[in-house]
Design a binder for this molecule. Sequence first.
Ligand code: AP5
Length: 220
Amino acid sequence: MDNKTFIIFYGPPGSGKGTQVKLLAQRLQLPAISTGDLLRSEIKDQTELGKRVEAILASGGLVSDEIVQELIIKQLEGERTAKGAIFDGFPRRLSQQEFLLEQLGRVGGEAKIIPILIDVDDEEVVKRISGRRVCSCGAVFHIPNNPPKTDGICDVCGQDLVMRDDDKPEVIRQRLKAYHGEINPMLAYWQGTGQLVTVDGGQDIPLVDKELMEKLKGIL
Ligand code: AP5
């Protein structure tokens, strides 16, 4: 991978974006930028921004473009993204996608941009999200697909695992509604350029990773 490379992950909530982004980020030595993680960290620290967005995340709605775009600008500043980055959960609306492409044109020069869709149906998403357990250190597990070694305890740091506040069934439905309401125009753009890489996210984690790496051969 010689050129500066930006990879953008699309997919419904619970499709495995975060899981695959972590694997790919480690392999390619690129930083992962997750707007969901950035917002949750603001909420955990009870910053002004965190207080403003807490109720929106809890309801499954989308935060305003201004807020997430400001977070993205900060992430793109400085040396950390000198070789590129992998985006998880951004963009989520066509307006955010247009903003991101403009920013990448500015910071990336001749950068390569690779859009990836993790394709999973809503029924599987609900199963995935109901089994998700997270740690405040950022580690994510799944009962029974990707369980921790000790029940309820994080393998990485030993803290207790919890469910995310927005993983309740009624909030999952709202998050899926927000996803389906916004995704088509974004994907239509990439289908038009012929660049969209689609992987079957309904498979086990290592198989999704394998299919993704095979499809990225020759593109990276
Ligand atoms: P965000 O944190 O981005 O949530 P999301 O997109 O809804 O995605 P998730 O984190 O729920 O799922 P994922 O696809 O990463 O799946 P994971 O790998 O964890 O956003 C949260 C909220 O923040 C939004 O609702 C919104 O309010 C706000 N927000 C964020 N970005 C925004 C933006 N740009 N604009 C406006 N608002 C924004 O996997 C799920 C589970 O399944 C895990 O337990 C995992 O272990 C397991 N799993 C993963 N892959 C597999 C597999 N292949 N087989 C079986 N199990 C699997």
